[in-house]
Ligand binder design. Structure first.
Ligand SMILES: NC(=O)C1=CN([C@@H]2O[C@H](COP(=O)(O)OP(=O)(O)OC[C@H]3O[C@@H](n4cnc5c(N)ncnc54)[C@H](OP(=O)(O)O)[C@@H]3O)[C@@H](O)[C@H]2O)C=CC1
Ligand SMILES: O=C(O)CCCC(=O)O
Length: 495
């Protein structure tokens, strides 16, 4: 595609010393050199192997977790909290190794990986704190004839299926509340990035999580895994983060045993910039909402709507900033944008850009991939994208900013809501009334107002419409792993 120069073609190479830190972390996990190969997306190099577990082994692991879970469910809340606090401390003590490992296996820059270590560890600390919060309440029946006690019991064995884009945070966001609630877990990390999960779980065991309580299953046949494990009567809960088509399949499987289900699925986030926005805030917020994690986030800004009066200036300035973003290996000094996860993702970015341009979009910057061995695509800005272009209808999952223009608030809201997804949205306006009114009208579970990264361990992350079911993080996140029961105590009037 166009716009390629020798300067923009240059990629920052990985640094040998930083790769050595990552490789030492991988070595310390103690896995063997056989099974499923894991590759570095910046170099294509194989960096380790994880076991390819059979269905039979996965079911044995279910049994081990269930056995360990019986004692864990009886451990006091303070006991569970203490173990989670100890795990949090170990994650922080090993933050450097974990950040390098995340960067090596997933590709994000070291700075972003360090941010993920903080974010991912925050879930462990948060649920250490939540474990001891009241797990029930007392109420009176309105007619006075009964007292009602509620109690939250652990839901039981939870199967946790995580994606490759946040290898630590997506694991801890599920494991920590499950453990805090008193549940055993079987975790299935993505085949593309399983090493961080093995490393974090090893630290959990060192921190005092009972042997067997967390079982990690890696497999080359994830469909066979879910087909068997979700039908097993010992399993009571499934929590999944990933694509909507896989989420639908898992919900179908979960229906057989009527499993409690949490689904954090795809997004198609609208980002709306009004003409009364602070331009600097809006540009920085858009850059963050689009390029965080190389654009590979389900809350990444997918459709950017800019009000007519400022659209030319906004588009030109965003393109200028995108063009200056240093691209290279996550473990390369100064990289701000790392590689995409695999070659399929690069081909998808090329196809989305081509389709948008064919349909009339203006390519303001980027639009090209880099020659192998890594999977790199340039930061790209497209302006005047039409509403039925693929880049608008599909989840991009890469560094393409697709700008459309609008004139009125009603028009912006109606375009923003014109999708089957409803995970995140963003509003930029210095008029608080307007920002809040538009936020109220967006059909999403999350809204960033004048900022581009709304995630926080204390917040209830999750979507509406086809973006999923349930919430992760916050006080709500532990409830996903609890069953509420009540005791009705008959009361006799006394005089
Ligand atoms: N909501 C989100 O955060 C994410 C959304 N996505 C979206 O999905 C697209 C495709 O990414 P992809 O990684 O293929 O996402 P998937 O939904 O295929 O994978 C996510 C996780 O689910 C597992 N999985 C896949 N199929 C099954 C199955 N039948 N039973 C049990 N587990 C299964 C994967 O395992 P395995 O790795 O072994 O296939 C992985 O652990 C992305 O481009 C993006 O649009 C992707 C990741 C995260
Ligand atoms: O599903 C994702 O893409 C990961 C969640 C990102 C976040 O928690 O901010």
């Amino acid at each position: 595609m166009s716009q390629m120069t020798e300067a923009t073609r240059t990629l920052i190479a990985p640094d040998a010393a930083t790769m050595a830190i990552a490789d030492a972390a991988i070595e310390s996990i103690g896995l063997h050199d056989e099974g499923i190969a894991v590759a570095d997306p910046a170099t294509g190099e194989t960096i380790g192997h994880v076991p390819n577990r059979s269905v039979q082994t996965a079911l044995e692991f279910v049994g081990r977790a269930e056995t360990a879970g019986q004692a864990w469910a009886k451990t006091s809340a303070r006991g569970r909290a203490d173990v989670l606090h100890a795990w949090h401390e170990l994650l922080i003590r090993h933050r450097e190794q974990i950040a390098h490992l995340i960067s090596r296996e997933m590709g994000k820059t070291l700075a972003e990986a360090a941010g993920e270590v903080k974010y991912g560890s925050d879930f462990v600390r948060w649920y250490a704190e939540e474990a001891v919060r009241p797990a029930g309440d007392y109420r009176e029946a309105p007619d006075g004839g009964a007292s009602i006690l509620t109690r939250r019991a652990p839901v039981g064995l939870a199967v946790l299926i995580t994606p490759w884009n946040f290898p630590l945070a997506m694991a801890t966001r599920k494991i920590a509340p499950a453990l805090a609630a008193g549940c055993p877990v079987v975790v299935k990390p993505a085949t593309l990035t399983p090493l961080t999960t093995y490393y974090a779980v090893k630290l959990a065991v060192e921190a005092g999580v009972p042997e067997g309580l967390i079982q990690v299953v890696t497999t080359a046949d994830s469909a066979a895994f879910s087909g068997a494990v979700l039908r097993d009567p010992r399993v009571r809960k499934v929590s999944f983060t990933g694509s909507t088509p896989v989420g639908r399949q898992l919900l179908e499987l979960a229906s057989k045993n009527v499993l409690r289900s949490s689904m954090e699925l795809g997004g198609n986030a609208p980002l709306i910039v009004f003409d009364d926005a602070d331009m600097e805030r809006a540009l920085e917020g858009t850059l963050a909402a689009k390029l965080r994690n190389g654009g590979q986030s389900c809350i990444g800004a997918n459709r950017i709507y800019v009000q007519d009066g400022i659209a030319d200036e906004f588009g030109a300035e965003l393109a200028r900033r995108f063009a200056q973003v240093p691209v290279g290996a996550g473990l390369g000094a100064g990289s701000v944008l790392g590689p995409l996860i695999d070659d399929r993702a690069v081909r998808q970015m090329e196809s989305l850009t081509r389709n948008a341009v064919d349909m009339g979009a203006e390519l303001l910057t980027g639009g090209y991939s880099y020659d192998g061995p890594g999977h790199f695509f340039a930061p790209t800005v497209l302006d005047r994208v039409v509403a039925n272009a693929d880049v608008v209808r599909e989840e991009i999952f890469g560094p393409i900013a697709a700008i459309q223009r609008f004139s009125t608030e009603d028009e912006a809201v109606s375009q923003a809501n014109d999708t089957e997804f409803g995970l995140a949205g963003y509003v930029f306006s210095e008029n608080l009334d307007r920002a809040l009114n538009v936020a109220d009208r967006l059909e999403t579970g999350i809204v960033g107002i004048n900022q581009g990264v709304p995630s926080n361990a204390a917040a209830p992350f999750g979507g509406v419409k086809q973006s999923g079911l349930g919430r992760e993080g916050g006080a709500e996140g532990i409830e996903e792993y609890q069953s509420i029961r009540f005791y009705n105590i008959a009361r006799r009037a006394t005089s």
